[in-house]
Design a protein around this ligand. Structure first.
Ligand SMILES: *Cc1c(COP(=O)(O)O)cnc(C)c1O
Length: 355
């Protein structure tokens, strides 16, 4: 059997949820499990984080799957209704939709749900992606209050730069100032805001990335945040080559040896979810020791430097990311984010669930 696998730890997710809860103060915690729980498996994440106060997903299908699995906690639909036809299912399964544009309000007006829904009303405080504009909020809140079938309203916004130096104040303060008069609870925090800005807590927090043991920050590691990696992508060497000075390895011969050296061929490529754009020098663990990738990543294989691993041969274990090799470090070297790497784990990679 091809030696690649992803080991996914339910204990790490449970631990990371406890870290999130410590940061959440009195706020309740939605575990964000969209995108197949950031690549970790919806069902597995649900079991690992059964202690969450609620779950947040993108689609009706994910929400319905969670209900089938026996989830009784609130389920938030982060982008709300994609069509009027979804209202009936929201009522049936007691799902909490985000409302962020006027057509969604029209749908609810025309097709009131068979039982009242908890609504999350999203305002755009500066990200300029989804949400009603902050000015004019009074009329929107009034309209939603008056809709048939609304059981309660939570005000919501989302931060564009919680993980950067610019921070959250420029969005949070206008949001809270405008919302103050409504006497409603609110939610704003993603992982970065939850970890760094306690003033973003509100009534609910919405961590995603941190639950999987990655850091949203470039200047603070997951380890420093007390998080444990939930996914370890590992494989083995399936080839070893001796390069002479001037010889290259892989497509395009992008890496050329300047001395005699051994290189290892790892059974892992971009069709497994490893980033094709990872350049020479991307960190990797070979037999527990830090090494680097060499040359271009191919579909099913990549090359690593064996200069410091004279004993390495066929079958030597390699960790691409996870235990001992932060996914954040690989993402940084490859010019992407740990979000993308975790979500992109390919379906063809066998998953082994661990404690
Ligand atoms: C994905 C998402 C989150 C979680 O963000 P992380 O950065 O992964 O913690 C929170 N809120 C909304 C609206 C989201 O779409």
């Amino acid at each position: 059997m091809r030696p690649i696998k992803a080991r996914i730890s339910v204990g790490a997710m449970a631990h990371n949820l406890r870290v999130a809860r410590r940061h959440a103060g009195a706020a309740r915690v939605f575990a964000v499990v969209k995108a197949n729980a950031y690549g970790h498996g919806l069902s597995r994440a649900r079991r690992a984080m059964a202690a969450a106060d609620g779950f947040a997903v993108l689609t009706l299908e994910e929400a319905a799957n969670l209900r089938l699995m026996g989830v009784e906690q609130p389920i938030l639909l982060l982008e709300g209704l994609f069509g009027a036809d979804e209202i009936a299912t929201c009522a049936e399964l007691d799902l909490w939709p985000v409302l962020h544009h006027a057509a969604q309000l029209d749908w609810l007006q025309q097709l009131p749900p068979s039982r009242p829904l908890q609504i999350f009303l999203k305002f755009d405080s500066g990200m300029h992606r989804l949400g009603f504009p902050l000015d004019g909020h009074a009329a929107i809140v009034e309209r939603v209050r008056a809709l048939p079938g609304v059981a309660g309203i939570t005000l919501m916004t989302h931060f564009a730069q919680a993980d950067e130096a610019a921070g959250v104040a420029w969005q949070l303060h206008p949001f809270l100032r405008e919302m103050a008069g409504h006497g409603l609870q609110w939610t704003s925090a993603n992982s970065a805001a939850l970890l760094r800005y306690p003033e973003t807590q509100g009534g609910w927090v919405r961590p995603g990335l941190m639950l999987y043991g990655a850091s949203p920050f470039t200047d603070t590691s997951a380890d420093q945040l007390g998080l444990k990696p939930a996914m370890t992508l590992q494989s083995e060497l399936i080839g070893v080559q001796a390069l002479q000075p001037g010889e290259g390895v892989g497509y395009g011969q992008l890496f050329r040896a300047d001395r005699a050296m051994r290189v290892g061929i790892v059974a892992c490529g971009y069709a497994d979810g490893y980033p094709r754009h990872a350049p020479t020098g991307t960190p990797v663990l070979v037999n527990g020791r830090a090494s680097r990738t060499l040359g271009r990543v191919s579909m099913d294989m990549l090359c690593v430097d064996l200069s410091d691993s004279p004993d390495a041969g066929i079958g030597t274990p390699v960790v691409l990311w996870g235990d001992g090799m932060p996914v954040d470090a690989v993402a940084a070297a490859a010019g992407t984010s740990s979000y993308e790497l975790l979500c992109a784990l390919a379906a063809r990679v066998p998953v082994e669930e661990t404690e």
